[in-house]
Design a protein. Structure first.
Length: 285
């Protein structure tokens, strides 16, 4: 498992104001100016059947403590194990899965779309404190009804069933392939780690380079470091913010990780393979 060195963290005495300095640079460049009309248009065009309230809560908890044991919900994704501690607790079929989780990772992603829809429904029906529950429920019903109506009106019943299964499998594979390169295989912090905000976000995130085409395919999330440092930054501005952030990190001795899409997948799979191999050794002891 990757670890954070004291060299990467820098001197603890002078890092408290680093994020404030970087924020002033970014804000001065006008990169934090909001675009409400663009957001409204995107929400209208993309209604993907996922609970907004549930997703925002999960997303915020992840952003507050990325790759942090016991605090990042994205590190708790059954049946996968991302840390040796998680792998050591697995027994039976789950332990067998973990041993081969690297090979099974991408096939498993084909179920991610169904998982997101199911989690959204559970949140709307059972979760206490969910804001705008009625509106969320109405939108989910509208989305599902419209989606299924169009499919079953255009296609025969067997064709429609196959289309829905393939569509949802590809949807999950696409989302998972977009999200996985961001943090998997990057340093994992202990729950009690006192790394400051700037370094916590940069050291646990990975950027994926690939030009404008990849920007469009990944929706700007390939600039994951900038997205984590400034979650409210409009997606088109992430690419413009990257040179500022990368130079700032270089000047302050903060490791800034960037790689290709294929290499990011390879690094994530290598991490899963290492954790799985460790579970095998633990089981044999």
């Amino acid at each position: 498992m990757a670890t954070v060195s004291e060299t990467d963290l820098g001197a603890r005495s002078d890092r408290g104001s680093d994020y404030a300095d970087l924020s002033r640079l970014v804000r001065g460049a006008g990169l934090l100016d909001r675009r409400p009309r663009r957001y409204a248009a995107r929400v209208t065009v993309v209604l993907n059947g996922i609970s907004y309230g549930w997703w925002v809560d999960k997303h915020n908890r992840h952003h507050a403590h990325p790759n942090t044991e016991g605090r990042d919900p994205d590190l708790v994704v059954a049946p996968l194990s991302f840390t040796p501690g998680q792998a050591a607790t697995q027994r039976g079929l789950r332990a067998l899965f973990v041993r081969h989780q690297a090979a099974l990772f991408f096939p498993l992603l084909m179920l991610e779309g169904l998982h997101l829809h199911a989690a959204s429904v559970r949140a709307v029906v059972f979760r206490r404190g969910l804001r705008r529950r009625r509106a969320e429920a109405g939108l989910l019903v509208l989305h599902s009804a419209g989606y299924l109506a169009v499919v079953f009106l255009v296609l025969s019943v067997p064709q429609a069933i196959v289309f829905v299964l393939v569509n949802q499998a590809l949807f999950g594979l696409y989302l998972g392939s977009s999200f996985a390169p961001n943090h998997k295989g990057m340093p994992i912090l202990a729950a009690a780690d006192d790394v400051d905000y700037l370094r916590r976000q940069v050291l646990t995130s990975r950027n994926v380079r690939g030009g404008r085409l990849l920007d469009a395919l990944l929706g700007g999330l390939n600039y994951q470091i900038e997205h984590h440092l400034f979650p409210s930054m409009p997606r088109p501005n992430l690419r413009r913010a990257q040179p500022l952030v990368r130079q700032f990190c270089a000047e302050h001795g903060i490791a800034y990780h960037e790689t290709t899409l294929i290499q990011s997948w390879a690094q994530g799979l290598a991490h899963l393979r290492t954790v799985g191999a460790g579970s095998t050794r633990t089981g044999n002891d």
